[in-house]
Design a protein around this ligand. Sequence first.
Ligand SMILES: *Cc1c(COP(=O)(O)O)cnc(C)c1O
Length: 425
Amino acid sequence: MRDYAVLMDSKDPLASQRNAFYVPEHDGRDALYFCGNSLGLQPRGVLPLLEQEVMDWRKYAVEGHFHAQNPWFSYHSIVTESLARIVGANPSEVVAMQTLTANLHLAMVSFYRPTKERYKIVMEAGAFPSDQYAIESQVRFHGLDPEDAIIEITPREGEHIIHHEDIIDAIKENAESIALVMFSGIQYLSGQRFRMKEITEAAHNAGAICGFDLAHAIGNVELHLHDWNVDFAVWCSYKYLNSGPGGIGGLFIHEQHAQNPDLPRFAGWWGYEEETRFLMKKGFIPSYGASGWQLSNAQVFQLASLRASLDVFDGVKLEDVFAKRDALTAYAEQLLMKLKEDMPHLPLEIITPKDTAERGAQLSLLFHEHGKTVIDKLLADGIIVDWREPNIIRMAPAPLYNSFKDVYEFATRFRKHCADLFGIQ
Ligand SMILES: *Cc1c(COP(=O)(O)O)cnc(C)c1O
């Protein structure tokens, strides 16, 4: 098994990308970091790019808006092309701004427009809490009752993964009353990837709008938002996009909505048409496309760190990233399944789908008992994975900086800790 890791690392076209990141240390050696789904590692390019802006601020102060090396006036656009490539969009459909939850609210102001007949939202049960609260509060904002207006799709009895047919059936059954279908691209807890193209199609066939939260999908899985006709999408950039804590969020608005004057929005001056913005005129005129949803002037430091991370993405083929993702995750899964086979009483179940088309990099390991004890052992041993209540350890090998050897090491040490805790049967 170790030979496989050595062989795979030796022919990995992304192997050298690990050097583009700082890997945290544990007891004088590299930690085994598998939390790229929560907070990506720091690209080495971050500090120089941040320093550039901090020094330009020192040197130019307000003049930096136009005279900095990268003028701040248009700084938000330095990430647009790279983001557009990653989400499969035209540059005018994408903007980096605010944070994920703020963008979800802003998008829902424009795209969740309930009427007496059509007011329901279809979403996954157990969505990330921020999404649940945003959606619930939007529903209340319109004077509606979340119990009535929100249709949650749950896994079937005793299962952890939502059946795709159950999503499609719910959309069909409620076709008359649905205003919005809102799903995550990848479920944060189970690691399930939803079939975004088909869900969008079903939503549109029902006459509804379709939006996605791409927090765990961007930089992790194949996205073709434009071709799939997704109406809007939001994301954060600190997970697989490695932009750092509290990193800048993003918004996708499909071109077909770019110039729709009927769409309400909560506007701000940075969404105003660029050429005439500084005439400071009364009456909001939105700039074309997603940038017309901006509120405030560019968050330069956040954008600088995202730019550094996107430099890494720009230097690689996305197909290589996705192929390595599948291979790494399958390898981790295979080693864990072997462990299960050798220790039939291990209270472990991998709940993430087996089919690579139905998942990204993450594996969610459900412990029927003693999960907390296991993760404490792992963390104390420099194996950085995370814990989600009530009983799930999430691990995600990130193809840009994790190696097959990392996965092998993980499995070997995981096996040792489990043997200590549970005894080999
Ligand atoms: C990480 C994550 C968030 C985080 O929202 P912020 O506004 O960036 O704090 C929201 N939704 C999902 C699905 C997430 O995975």
